[in-house]
Design a protein around this ligand. Structure first.
Ligand code: ATP
Length: 424
């Protein structure tokens, strides 16, 4: 009788090397050789992008296989052996975790846990409790914080998903500069069936990371065929060890959830609708801020320098403009701040410049006597009330519509506007 085994893996890498997707590829190869059969693509799950423990993109991976009951122990031992042999040793922050769950349908409790781990912070204790309730088996190494991500990667529902085809480097090339033909990546971008391959604004090749990890390049698309065929279009000038296609929650906005300002928690992700309560200010380094208010409170929203052109849009906003903002909530000395990923300008406030009128008796220039004092003619002394002011509506540089950060600053989970539907 065949069983379905779900295997979650996380936290095997450090900034110095390795990648959990690669460890997962090694595991899959070994357990398939033992007779396990994949029932789905491996899942590459991006967890909370605001998580302070992440090494880079907060990725975890789950594998979903069918196998005979008699193979369970052998497969479990093989998985643990590969993780133990391949995780980055010598770093306190690399705390691998492995989760096993034998079930036909992933329990709702675990699906909820997976979603929470994408949207906010969860604790190791919560992971242990959920694992106990659903009957998952957990293994941790070097502290084992990775069991949070390992368990969440099994639970994370991929009802909405995209695909990424990843090519891995030959081991002897790890840590060296990646060699691929940039023009072939540009041609791929021009074809328009993949996303995030190339940044036309900066000319940056986006498929290849700059880290010392085993990934050579990854191509993202809405279908597995487009991702794989896209990867095949790239002309690599070095050897490829293996290729794996992952089903992912990248570019789905799964981390974003509508919230009121009063509900925001540190390291969560949210979409807030409100109005601009303080006009933009820019600090040294070009980082730009604005404040938004809803009926429950006010929050500062940040567009840091790497967000690029979004800062110009922020600077063009005026008090009273109605906006929807999406991003990650960070604790800062000035209070909670929302680091902007996307912005939708829903309604532009009428914005006027106010000038003193000409005197209606002598035509002379009038002087403002302050907010409540009206105007007084500089020549004949005639007084006029404040309502006589000349109002000219200000030409706005910003239009209603949706805006996002530069492609280079985009979160893995953020759905590019190119793929988005009607709203943020
Ligand atoms: P890479 O993207 O290169 O694989 P990484 O950025 O995924 O690296 P990890 O090395 O996996 O980073 O570290 C993230 C750690 O944070 C893991 O131990 C994981 O279990 C934990 N973690 C992930 N999401 C959450 C969350 N929402 N709440 C608490 N802990 C989390």
């Amino acid at each position: 009788m065949a069983e379905i085994l779900h295997i979650g893996l996380d936290d095997t890498d450090s900034k110095r090397g390795m990648c959990t997707t690669y460890v997962a590829a090694l595991v899959l190869e070994r357990i398939e050789a033992l007779g396990a059969k994949a029932v789905d693509y491996p899942h590459l799950i991006r967890l909370n992008p605001n998580c302070p423990y992440k090494t880079r993109g907060n990725a975890a991976v789950s594998l979903h296989v069918s196998l005979g009951l008699d193979m369970l122990d052998m497969v479990r031992d093989a998985v643990l052996e590969i993780v133990e042999a391949n995780y980055e040793r010598g770093y306190g922050d690399t705390q691998p975790g492995v989760a096993f769950l034998k079930t036909q349908a992933v329990p709702e409790k675990l699906v909820e846990f997976g979603l929470r781990a994408v949207r906010e912070m969860v604790t190791l204790e919560e992971a242990l409790e959920v694992a106990g309730e659903v009957g998952a088996e957990l293994h941790g190494f070097n502290g084992g914080r990775g069991i949070i991500g390992a368990l969440a990667s099994i639970g994370c529902s991929l009802r909405s998903h995209t695909f990424e085809a990843i090519a891995y480097r030959m081991r002897e090339n790890w840590g060296t500069v990646r060699r691929l033909d940039k023009t072939s990546v540009y041609a791929l971008h021009q074809l328009g069936v993949t996303f995030d391959s190339f940044d036309p604004v900066t000319g940056e090749v986006r498929v290849a990371p700059h880290t010392p990890c085993p990934v050579l390049a990854g191509v993202r698309a809405l279908t597995p065929d487009d991702a794989l065929n896209g990867l095949k279009m790239i002309k690599f000038l070095e050897g490829v060890e293996r290729v794996v296609v992952f089903k992912t929650n990248q570019a789905t906005d799964m981390h974003l959830t509508p919230a009121k300002i009063i509900q925001l928690k540190p390291y969560s992700n949210a979409v807030i609708t409100g109005s601009v309560s303080r006009p933009a200010w820019t600090i040294e380094g070009g980082h730009t801020f604005i404040a938004i208010r809803d009926e429950t409170g006010e929050i500062v929203c940040a567009a840091y320098r790497p967000t690029g052109g979004l800062r110009k849009i922020i600077r063009g906003l005026r008090v009273g403009d109605v906006v929807r903002v999406a991003g990650g909530v960070k604790p800062k000395p000035m209070g909670l701040t929302l680091n902007l990923e996307k912005l939708e300008v829903l309604e532009l406030a009428k914005s006027y410049t106010i000038r003193p009128p000409r005197c209606d008796l002598c035509g002379g220039a009038m002087k403002s006597k302050g907010r409540s004092g009206g105007f007084r003619c500089r020549i004949c002394g005639r007084r006029l009330p404040r309502t006589a002011a000349l109002k000219t509506s200000e030409a706005r540089t910003v239009c209603a519509g949706r805006y996002e950060v530069a492609a280079t600053a985009r979160r893995h989970l953020s759905k590019p506007l190119q793929l988005a539907g009607e709203s943020l």
